[in-house]
Unconditional design. Structure first.
Length: 577
């Protein structure tokens, strides 16, 4: 947009830059070295989750500088700010995990407040770790400003004994060590080499799953999520994203023009065909909620059910994000989906072009190693499956990528645990039997509080060689790195009086990912009697502070574990005030 054509009549930044009454505001801008031209231009918030908590976020500060170069090149004024993250890998397996899902809402809220408070016209958001990706995208949709998302990039794989290793191998090594199958020295060698660089976990865990979503949903430029974090070639995507957001301002293309029911379906397709994290079943409904779109866990699972699984990524497969990038990345995956008519091509993207127009420019093809052709998939249905039944009236979700059909059903007696800690101690002590269904309850969004991930427990089971010999269900979550027959998001949760809270040891549970069933062999009358005798939710020690507040506000997993009424109840659009 040429400088002499800037018209702020309809842009939020006019409230802080235009007219004699804003002289005090402009004095602050001059204090920061801005000149008159910069003040008159559109203002772009450049939000990062940079911190020194984990490798996922450590490279975001540098990448933000390239975004600012792109904004300036396109005659905009970038203003960088940061928000929090809680990194799941470090929060995993202890009390810190209660903060993880709540951090998604905090990220969205703080980006919203910063944008509103300073009247920025558009947003480029950079994120690295699990909850920061949906948190940033939710803020874009909530504000409904011209928006471009950028993933900070994945970590490079570690190497040990001629093989790629990831942090998942370290979590599973803990189980091997406890079982006496790995020495202290072997564990120490693995932990030193598994994570050799900046970047988010390299398998198709939650961060990379949501990075693929960012491209498929249209909020990120094509292939921008692919290059690993240490590659300085990522800067080209930063510059391009800064330029792209200025183009969106000029054309008045906003986040909700991009995020529609059809683009959410595109996103769910990519999760399914890559064997992505079950957490997408939580985050996609939450993003939809910010746009006022009905798209819950069951809608996500409907897409999963009829999408072939054809991208061979860890934890169910062999490869990591760097391999996907070298095979052509998300654009090639989307091209394969298009061949089967499984992509809505008319959806708008961050480039200002439609999905179909973008895919027409992609020359890469499936390599049949990392990305199989859709005509020759790994399995005919998606890597993630939804379940429903008298044990989960509001649904549940299970990841079956890498499992054959025979492994996708399980019936056994319940062994109930009132918290993850209780279950982990029992697994460590091998106080469970082959053929049982381990039940971990009181770990839902409200009951946890925080809907913790159970990777420590599931990785210990895998490390003991028992990952396929028992099943596990919870009203909490599983990590994207979880493998084995593990069912999460069981709703309603125990704290809300759901059937999972009424189970007793020995109740026979059936899980069938082929038919989509999660049930317990109890009559409606017996369940009603137990509900009448239920003594209420487990008492929590989180009786004040952020987690208390979160527990009071948070809704069920089926709708994304959201904490506010969403776009359906809004009475204004920020951009139009």
């Amino acid at each position: 947009m040429p400088k002499d054509q800037v018209n702020k009549t309809h842009l939020p930044s006019r409230h802080v830059t235009e007219g004699p009454s804003r002289a005090p505001h402009r004095s602050y801008f001059y204090a920061m070295g801005l000149d008159e031209e910069a003040i008159k231009q559109p203002w772009v918030g450049v939000a990062t989750c940079w911190n020194e908590a984990a490798p996922c976020n450590i490279a975001l500060n540098r990448q933000a500088q390239s975004v600012k170069l792109g904004v300036k090149k396109a005659m905009g004024t970038p203003r960088e700010f940061t928000t929090i993250t809680v990194t799941d890998g470090i929060a995993m397996g202890h009390e810190g995990m209660r903060s993880s899902l709540a951090s998604r809402e905090a990220i969205t809220d703080t980006v919203e407040l910063t944008m509103r408070g300073h009247c920025y016209d558009a947003l480029v958001g950079l994120a690295g770790c699990d909850k920061s990706l949906p948190g940033m995208m939710m803020a874009m949709v909530r504000l409904n400003v011209p928006s471009v998302f950028i993933y900070g990039g994945s970590i490079l794989p570690g190497r040990l004994d001629g093989k790629d290793v990831t942090v998942q191998d370290v979590f599973e090594a803990v189980g091997k060590h406890q079982a006496g199958n790995m020495t202290d020295a072997e564990l120490e060698v693995l932990e030193r080499v598994a994570c050799p660089s900046a970047g988010a976990c390299g398998g198709q865990f939650t961060a990379n799953t949501m990075a693929c979503v960012s491209e498929a949903i249209g909020l990120a430029l094509m292939n921008s999520s692919g290059a690993p974090a240490p590659y300085e070639s990522r800067d080209q995507y930063g510059i391009a994203s800064g330029e792209a957001v200025m183009n969106l301002i000029e054309k008045n293309i906003r986040a909700r023009d991009v995020v529609t029911r059809k683009s959410l379906e595109n996103a769910a397709r990519v999760v399914a065909c890559t064997g992505g994290s079950t957490n997408a079943g939580l985050h996609l409904p939450a993003i939809a909620h910010e746009a006022g779109i009905d798209f819950d866990l069951f809608d996500v699972c409907d897409i999963f059910r009829d999408t072939p699984y054809f991208v061979d990524l860890k934890p169910g497969g062999q490869y990591v994000a760097k391999d996907l990038y070298e095979a052509g990345g998300v654009p090639v995956v989307l091209k394969e989906l298009r061949k089967a008519g499984l992509i809505h091509e008319e959806c708008m993207t961050a480039s200002g072009r439609t999905m179909g127009e973008e895919l027409d420019m992609i020359k890469g093809e499936a390599d049949n190693k990392v990305i199989y052709s859709i005509e020759n998939p790994l399995t005919p249905t998606g890597g993630v499956v939804g379940l429903k039944g008298n044990l989960a009236p509001e649904g549940a979700i299970v990841k079956v990528a890498g499992m054959n059909t025979q492994e996708q059903s399980f019936t056994g007696p319940a062994r109930c645990f009132e918290s993850e800690e209780d279950a982990f101690e029992a697994v460590k002590a091998r106080q469970y039997e082959e053929g049982e269904v381990l039940v971990i309850r009181n770990e839902g969004p409200a009951g946890g509080p925080g809907m913790r991930e159970m990777l420590a427990t599931t990785a210990a089971l895998s490390g003991q060689g028992m990952g396929k010999k028992v099943a596990l269900i919870t009203d909490g979550r599983f990590s994207g790195a979880t493998r084995g027959f593990c069912v999460g998001h069981v709703g309603p949760e125990a704290a809300h009086g759901g059937p999972i809270g009424l189970l007793q040891n020995g109740d026979v549970i059936t899980i069938n990912a082929v038919t989509g069933e999660l049930s317990v062999d109890l009559s409606d009358e017996e369940l009603a009697t137990r509900k009448a005798n239920w003594k209420g939710p487990k008492e929590t020690i989180y009786a004040s502070g952020a987690l208390w507040k979160y527990a009071q506000l948070v809704g069920g997993a089926r709708l994304g574990a959201v904490t506010h009424p969403g776009a359906k109840s809004e009475k204004h659009i920020y951009m139009d005030l």
